[in-house]
Ligand binder design. Structure first.
Ligand code: NDP
Length: 335
């Protein structure tokens, strides 16, 4: 593949940047996650095309975790390679995040939220990406067995040691997130961002998490805004070959879950078409309509998907009627 040339117009594109909560850090309305498609078995050329396409469209935020792959750790390694080969002159234009909180290595110190795990895991992530620091380090999920003070103390120590510039939390409830924020604020390292699931098929975060954490000064970056691809026109008739759903079987991405929702997906698709958008574009714009949402964190298996999704920025506004129609469809589904 040819050497990467950054598009000089990348900051004149449709992309806009929004502050993370009360912090001074701005992230793009669309961020790219490396959970899938960046592992050891995926094509290196495709990795490069995805990252370069994103960067050239003004996507400055790349989200990783210690365990992304498979095998775990390979997404960080592959991203580290691209940073060295293609983005080496652009490190200061990127917000790179990683996380720890799920099982990463054997024994009692490779999972959850102890100080021991978080600090060693970040050291390993930095080594894999060949970085001195990440921009945001997250605790990936709450740990019921470790005192919150210890987990948040580890995040504070990580910032003080210069290995992360900011910290965040992920998959926390509103109440726990507020407690975590209080501890971190008292230590002098406020959590600037919460990473959570939010999409047309799962709007549970609207009740408390989104509004309450915004009130506490945190931004929200929402993952799986396309429900892992289900909210796209690929799923109108059946589970398509080569799609994520045809390859993996997560508890929230199984055949029955999707098949039960095909009528709803078709009705949402018709609404999207009335807006002259694809279903994926409307699904992203719908998440971004909430003032609490700082960024939608998308995945993509091809540069074409990524470009099409970025085009959602051409139409982010919704009429009251359209929002009501969407609400009606979603509430029928809930019953
Ligand atoms: P999405 O909901 O955006 O799903 C992405 C997948 O949808 C793609 O890989 C592709 O799958 C399909 N897709 C994307 N665009 C289109 C399109 N235009 N038409 C058709 N299909 C499309 O997000 P993810 O679930 O991938 O999550 C995004 C990121 O969020 C992750 O990479 C990770 O960084 C983060 N995350 C964080 C979690 C946490 O606990 N903190 C949990 C989950 C994710 P395909 O083509 O293969 O079918």
């Amino acid at each position: 593949m040819d050497a990467f040339r950054a598009n000089p117009q990348r900051y004149d594109s449709l992309m806009t940047y929004k502050k993370c909560g009360n912090s001074g850090l701005k992230i793009p309305l669309i961020s790219l996650g490396l959970w899938h498609n960046f592992g050891g078995m995926d094509s290196l050329d495709n990795h490069k095309e995805l990252i370069c396409t994103a960067f050239n469209a003004g996507i400055t935020h790349f989200d990783l975790a210690n365990n992304y792959g498979p095998p775990p750790g390979s997404a960080e390694k592959n991203f580290g390679r691209l940073l060295k080969s293609d983005l080496k002159n652009h490190r200061d234009e990127c917000v790179i995040s990683t996380k720890a909180g799920y099982g990463m290595w054997e024994g009692p110190y490779g999972d959850w939220g102890s100080r021991k795990y978080l600090i060693s895991s970040l050291d390993q992530s930095l080594q894999r990406m060949n970085l001195d620091y990440v921009d945001i380090f997250y605790h990936h999920r709450p740990d019921p067995e470790t005192p919150l003070e210890e987990t948040m103390g580890a995040l504070d120590q990580i910032v003080r040691s210069g290995k992360a510039l900011y910290v965040g939390i992920s998959n926390y409830s509103a109440a726990l997130g507020i407690q975590a924020q209080k501890i971190l604020k008292d230590l002098g390292t406020p959590s600037i961002i919460h990473q959570l699931r939010y999409n047309l098929l799962d709007r549970s975060a609207e009740a408390r998490v989104l509004p309450e954490l915004m009130k506490a000064g945190m931004g929200s970056i929402v993952f799986s805004p396309l429900a892992q691809g289900i909210l796209s026109d690929r799923y109108l008739k059946c589970i398509p070959a080569n799609s994520r759903a045809s390859k993996v079987n997560f508890s929230d991405l199984n055949k029955t879950f999707i098949e039960d929702r095909l009528p709803l997906i078709n009705q949402l698709n018709a609404l999207a078409n009335k807006r002259s958008q694809s279903l994926a574009q409307m699904a992203l714009a719908w998440c971004l309509r909430r003032p609490e949402v700082t960024s939608v964190l998308i995945g993509a298996s091809s540069a074409e998907q990524l470009k099409a999704n970025i085009d959602c920025l051409n139409n982010l506004s919704f009429s009251e009627d359209c929002l009501k129609s969407i609400d009606k469809l979603l509430s029928q589904e809930a019953h």
